[in-house]
Design a protein around this ligand. Structure first.
Ligand code: ATP
Ligand code: MG
Length: 332
């Protein structure tokens, strides 16, 4: 792809790893796969794990290293936007897998992205196909959840779990993009970005790009901007509400909570999530902690079932107030 046409791509595509070296984190997976490749003994593969952790990137990078310019002839990519019924499995895969190669360049590769979205019938059909063409084809099955795949299919593949990426790995990529795109971003903003990404590199890059689009060229990306782009509540706001609940009288606490919801556009669940995180940093008696978390769980469930917002808000204040009554909360 030319440099010019790459300019307009979303950063997740622009900075998609071009080789296995550029896959960050996932070192064990990459090392093992590299070994398979060097020995020329690649088994059928299954990559599974949460979104944005490098499954598609890794197999595409591997295929590029193996096939180079003949990638197009040797690799078939099927993903979720395609029709995933039984016909696809029978026809498209069979056609590709059974065509003979003019020059014998080893096996062909079929990448089945988002395979957990395939119907069970299609998965069943697939296991026969895999067996039939093992002589000249390798399959790489990608999925978020291994348990949604047919066990017979699983047993034909060597499994690799892609874990949520460590902040260190995400930072390596973020730093690279910051440098290439000549961005200015504060250190605390990077730290917030890494935390909010929760191990998902795609999310990190998308949020970074959204922030970069929001600042004037040359200005620094701030921590508030990162929170805004993610739509996550700022810790300072949550902290203020929590403190008010702990220290102020009932009416003031309720008003503070209401204002936070109105002014910051927060939902009660956002506040609950925030409270849990902040309270994790407090030193509490185990009994108090259990009591709060247990009740929070009930409130969250009630909200998800469409519980009345005002009642759940007051319940939330009540839980914290009553649990902390005999407790001197100390921040660690
Ligand atoms: N380990 C990684 N190293 C470098 N970049 C990564 C990594 N993981 C993800 N990325 C970046 O995030 C983008 C999305 O990654 P990818 O498509 O590989 O995720 P995935 O695991 O296949 O997710 P999904 O389950 O949603 O399909 C890539 O384009 C790449 O820019
Ligand atoms: Mg993918």
């Amino acid at each position: 792809m030319s440099v010019k046409s790459k300019e307009n791509l979303p950063w997740v595509e622009k900075y998609r790893p071009a080789s296995l070296d550029q896959v960050h984190g996932q070192t064990e997976v990459v090392t093992t796969i590299r070994k398979f490749m060097q020995e020329g003994r690649i088994p059928h593969l299954l990559f599974y794990g949460p979104p944005g952790t490098g499954k598609t990137s890794t197999i595409v990078a591997l295929a590029r290293e193996i096939y180079g310019n003949s990638y197009r002839n040797m690799v078939l990519e099927l993903n979720a936007s395609d029709d995933r019924g039984i016909d696809v499995v029978r026809d498209q895969i069979k056609n590709f897998a059974s065509t003979m190669q003019i020059f014998n360049r080893g096996f062909k590769l079929i990448i089945l992205d988002e395979a957990d979205a395939m119907t069970n019938v299609a998965q069943n059909a697939l296991r026969r196909v895999i067996e039939k063409y093992t002589k000249n084809t390798r399959f790489c099955i990608l999925a978020n959840y291994a348990h949604k795949l047919n066990p017979a299919l699983l047993s034909r593949c060597t499994r690799f779990r892609f874990s949520p990426l460590e902040e260190k790995a995400i930072k390596e990529c973020v730093d690279n993009v910051v440098e290439k795109e000549q961005l200015k971003i504060s250190e605390e903003a990077v730290a917030a970005l890494l935390k909010l990404s929760e191990g998902d590199m795609r999310r990190a890059l998308n949020v970074l790009q959204a922030c970069a689009a929001a600042v004037d060229k040359g200005d620094e990306i701030s921590i508030d901007m990162v929170y805004d782009c993610v739509g996550a509540p700022r810790p300072a706001v949550i902290q203020r509400v929590l403190e008010s609940i702990m220290q102020d009288d009932w009416r003031t606490a309720f008003d503070t909570l209401k204002k936070a919801k109105q002014n910051e556009g927060l939902a009660l669940v956002d506040l609950l999530h925030g409270f849990v995180e902040i309270l994790a940093k407090y030193e509490l008696k185990p009994k108090t902690r259990i009591e709060i978390l247990d009740k929070f769980g009930e409130i969250e469930y009630a909200i998800s079932r469409g519980g009345n917002d005002k009642i759940q808000s007051t319940a939330c204040i009540g839980v914290i107030k009553s649990a902390l009554e005999n407790e001197d909360a100390v921040e660690v």
